[in-house]
Design a protein around this ligand. Sequence first.
Ligand SMILES: O=c1[nH]c(=O)c2[nH]c(=O)[nH]c2[nH]1
Length: 297
Amino acid sequence: MAIILGENQYGKAESRLVRIYRDQPRHEIRDLNVTTALRGAFGPAHVVGDQAGVLPTDSQKNTAFAYAKSLGVESIEGFGLALARHFVQDIEAVQGARIEVEEFGWERAVVDGAPHDHTWVRRGPEVRTAAVTVDATGEHVIGGLKDLVILKSTGSEFAGFYRDGYSTLAETHDRVLATSLTAQWRFTGVDEPWDAAFAGVRAVLVREFATVQSLALQQTLWHMGHAVLEAYPTLAEIRFSAPNRHHNLVDLTPFGLDNPGEVFHAADRPYGLIQATVTRDDAPPAGDAWRASAGLA
Ligand SMILES: O=c1[nH]c(=O)c2[nH]c(=O)[nH]c2[nH]1
């Protein structure tokens, strides 16, 4: 019997990086949260404390800031690819790099009816995401978003479900449907119009949520994923995690009032959590595309 080192990776988590473009009177801003994780020949660092091959997490963080200056941040997917390729190609011990980037949106402030040149207001809780992996399995790019909070006030049903002795839920053919959506889509290529793809996929997701007569959140997610893959041939698959933000109709009969779908209690917990992947049956292998850096699950 021997005790051996298992899977490991290390990097700098959550470098908050803001890149301002100020070479025009109208400035531009990209506001990021960058996480790097390196994998490779790091056994000696763990087992005997030998740092010879270890690129410090501090240097990884510095690289992200330097690249933001010299390369700029055109898209978070492209930025992640540039960093991942650099670590794998230029640092000897590194065999794989995983770069995860979140982008916080800013909207131009409207001042006296006109968009302002250098003032912005944060745009909701929604975050754009990218996860890039470069290693022996290839180069993989996953785009995405999280915390897209979306609600429809009708066009949603939930009925005909299995009942057992513990079932109390009433069937409904008209309810509020709301979620805080996380979606991640895997590109087959590494040379995509990243920003246009993000805007396009997001628009399809919102359109399908709005227009599909929902029989369940599960069915809505299927339609959203199906429509995205139909519209974007360069996507292999899309994964969803969607908390069902229940809006429970309040019983107003004790007050002599009817309530035809007008007053709800927005419960924050517990929530149904619906998760699904929609994929092409001939999708190229994902390799390490989904191997995350937060936790080693
Ligand atoms: O869209 C839904 N899917 C479910 O699986 C479910 N379960 C539940 O209680 N409400 C809902 N709503």
